[in-house]
Design a protein around this ligand. Structure first.
Ligand code: 6GU
Length: 255
């Protein structure tokens, strides 16, 4: 898959044995629109093109024995060198042993101009590639999936959303879950009553100040009830701290 000719804000390059995996990203949704507008660059690099034998083999048995196969350093090293055309390229290796990906890391990586992603398969890649070339080892969660490709898609999409202009209204990115370390407030649309459940009255009041306050409060309620761990790390504003105190007091009264 070749990159478009425009001058993107961030360029993503993915080293993979399954380039076809990424085609839908360029066909549907927000990422595809940003790519077509030239805001973001995207390119896949087929690892097998860098194989050094007639069988196009890119993996081998692990030294020391054991199960699974390991990506050989020679083809992968060549693919990385090809991908690292620009000086300031950063290399991201997707692995369950990596640092847990989150909104802060997405924002940090969105400041880069040129990012290369290595999608592992099998037991992993030769450690010397990590030692020599990898800047970030990134995991998408505490579970194992069969290859780095779906993880790369997730990480790339999340980074792209932080690039100015990719999401039409940056306002909606700022209000997304996690942007300020909290979960989002609940959303409602027509009809007013659905299966006997009414939309919260405040949202129909037309009183924007009250609606804002309700939403701020609900973000805290959502986070407190579903992800209390996030609250410990979130840097709350004075207003949020006050609201949280009120919420906790109300909850205490209920129990
Ligand atoms: Cl990045 N890759 C694989 N294979 N499994 C994972 C992962 C990545 N993150 C969590 N599990």
């Amino acid at each position: 898959m070749q990159d478009n000719e425009k001058n993107p804000v961030v360029k993503f390059k993915v080293i993979t044995i399954f380039p076809e995996f990424f085609k839908p990203m360029l066909e549907f949704g927000i990422f595809s629109r940003a790519y077509k507008k030239g805001l973001i660059g995207f390119e896949t690099i087929d690892l097998r093109d860098f194989a050094t034998d007639n069988y196009r083999s890119i993996d081998d048995e692990p030294y020391g024995g054991g199960s699974g196969m390991v990506f050989k350093p020679v083809p992968l090293g060549k693919a990385i060198k090809k991908a690292k055309s620009e000086k300031k390229t950063k290399v991201v290796y997707l692995t369950p042993s990596g640092k847990l990906f989150n909104s802060d890391l997405a924002k940090e990586l969105a400041k880069e101009k040129d990012l290369v992603f290595i999608c592992g398969r099998y037991e992993g890649i030769d450690q010397r590639i990590v030692d020599l070339y990898v800047d970030y080892e990134v995991s998408i969660g505490d579970y194992v999936i069969s290859g780095g490709e779906p993880a790369a898609m997730i990480v790339i999409d999340a980074i792209a959303r932080q690039v100015e202009g990719v999401v039409k209204e940056m306002d909606s990115v700022v209000k997304d879950s996690f942007y300020d370390g909290l979960l989002d407030y609940p959303h409602y649309t027509r009809p007013e009553t659905y299966n006997g459940l009414r939309v919260p009255a405040v949202l129909l009041s037309g009183d924007h100040k009250r609606i804002e306050l309700w939403r701020e409060k609900m973000k805290l309620v959502e986070t407190l009830t579903k992800r209390p761990d996030l609250l410990e790390r979130a840097r709350l504003t004075e207003t949020q701290k006050k609201l949280l105190k009120e919420i906790k007091e109300q909850l205490r009264k209920l129990t």
